[in-house]
Design a protein. Sequence first.
Length: 132
Amino acid sequence: TLLLGVVVSALVIEVLLSLRNGFPDALKNRTRLSHQEFHKQYFSRTGITENDTCHVQQCLRRAFGKESECFRPPDNIAEIYPDIDMADLYFVIGIPIPTREGKSVCAGLGSESPPLTVRQLIDEYAHHRLRT
């Protein structure tokens, strides 16, 4: 099953990469941040570990390439990449796909909407990892 998961993950990443068409305007003039700089600047005082932010950033890099180094916590992935199926991105990151059966299963933060921003993806991954 691990091999199947790796193959499916590789196919999902391939699909995500094929949907990209150039460096998005929203990111063009931003400074790239390393994993360490990103965590230190935005998450060092939150209780979310550098391993969690690094994991999500590595997944975003596999999905979106070097431009992901310009992402910031409030960036809405679905707005920057309107053709991306967020369910594929949740799968690659390793978070559950949100359901709409009366209540969302998102983040344990009382969120009623699915994670779309970089901060929400990191929060959801960190909370999911702690629950499992």
